[in-house]
Ligand binder design. Structure first.
Ligand SMILES: Cc1cc2nc3c(=O)[nH]c(=O)nc-3n(C[C@H](O)[C@H](O)[C@H](O)COP(=O)(O)O)c2cc1C
Length: 288
């Protein structure tokens, strides 16, 4: 096998928009590590929101579910459940809560990933053993398991030629979704997942460079502002955010250069889902 791996270099370039990587030698190219199907799949990841009118076979879906459930689990507690939304009327009702995202109704399949603290509490109760491990850390454990399962589902789906779109916006309507799904106590909807064969090629969404997001031994802020600035410019060169997509222009105006960081700062100027903590506590997680 050739020692040079232009493939990995181009995949890296597509993901970060630059080959600058503090871990590479000065040549800034990969010479030792070769790409493989898994690495390529992960580096090529892209969210897909439009799908062909092509059904997903039950074997394909079952394989995706099995892969999701193969994700690691904190202490093997397996605090995760996945809801497969099969009834068209139920899907319509959930999608109707989020009209701004028509892909929820149109996707050939729709799943909801649930942080599930119910089962383990039930196991304790059935043995007459006190359930005392109820704090914020245990909720983090359940949501981490759920996120890992979600990622495995995404990777498995992409490996079989499907595209996906996670849906956190279901958390805008947590109580309603929990009601529609008849969730028991201590089961919290974390994210939906649209699945389907992609109708478009899509594009790789450029990430912040490792110079910002990877630290060595101690958290390092020295390059952050400069690196974010050049990331904004790199990203804008590849895909500039249209003027009409600028957020909250009444408050912040229309700016000539509107990069990723301006967009995210404006997004974070408004609280989202302030009701989630209260809802999660109501389900029974103490979060203390
Ligand atoms: C947990 C999670 C929730 C998300 N929720 C939504 C959502 O509600 N609607 C949507 O259209 N995209 C959603 N996304 C997709 C992100 O917008 C997308 O991952 C991000 O823009 C980066 O693009 P990429 O996945 O193509 O790299 C979500 C992604 C994650 C990981």
């Amino acid at each position: 096998m050739s020692k040079t791996t232009p493939d990995l270099n181009s995949l890296w370039q597509a993901r970060f928009g630059t080959l600058t990587n503090t871990r590479l030698p000065t040549s800034n190219t990969f010479t030792e590590v070769t790409s493989n199907q898994t690495i390529e799949l992960l580096l090529r990841h892209r969210t897909q929101r439009t799908y062909l009118d092509k059904a997903i076979s039950s074997e394909t879906l079952d394989t995706i579910l099995a892969c999701a459930l193969s994700a690691p689990s904190k202490s093997d507690l397996q605090q995760i459940s996945i809801m497969v939304i099969e009834e068209p009327a139920l899907r319509k009702e959930i999608a109707g809560l989020i009209p701004s995202m028509p892909w929820i109704e149109k996707a050939p399949a729709f799943l909801i990933f649930l942080a599930d603290g119910h089962r383990i509490e039930r196991i304790c109760a059935s043995r007459g053993i006190p359930f005392a491990n109820d704090n914020l850390d245990n909720f983090i454990a359940a949501t981490s398991d759920t996120s890992l399962a979600l990622q495995n589902a995404i990777t498995a789906a992409e490996a079989m030629g499907l595209g996906t779109c996670p849906i956190s916006v279901i958390r805008d309507h947590m109580a309603m979704v929990a009601d529609l799904l008849r969730l028991p106590q201590r089961v919290v909807p974390i994210a939906g997942l649209c699945l389907g064969y992609p109708a478009r090629t899509g594009f790789v969404s450029m990430r912040l460079p490792p110079a910002v997001t990877v630290h060595k031994n101690h958290y390092d802020l020295s390059q952050v502002d400069k690196e974010i600035d050049s990331y904004d410019k790199r990203r804008d060169e590849r895909f500039s955010i249209p003027t009409e997509a600028q957020k909250y222009t009444r408050k912040y105006g229309v700016t000539e250069f509107y990069g990723w960081s301006e967009d995210k700062a404006r997004q974070m100027s408004k609280e989202e889902r302030g009701q989630v903590g209260e809802f999660v506590r109501k389900t029974g997680f103490s979060l203390r």
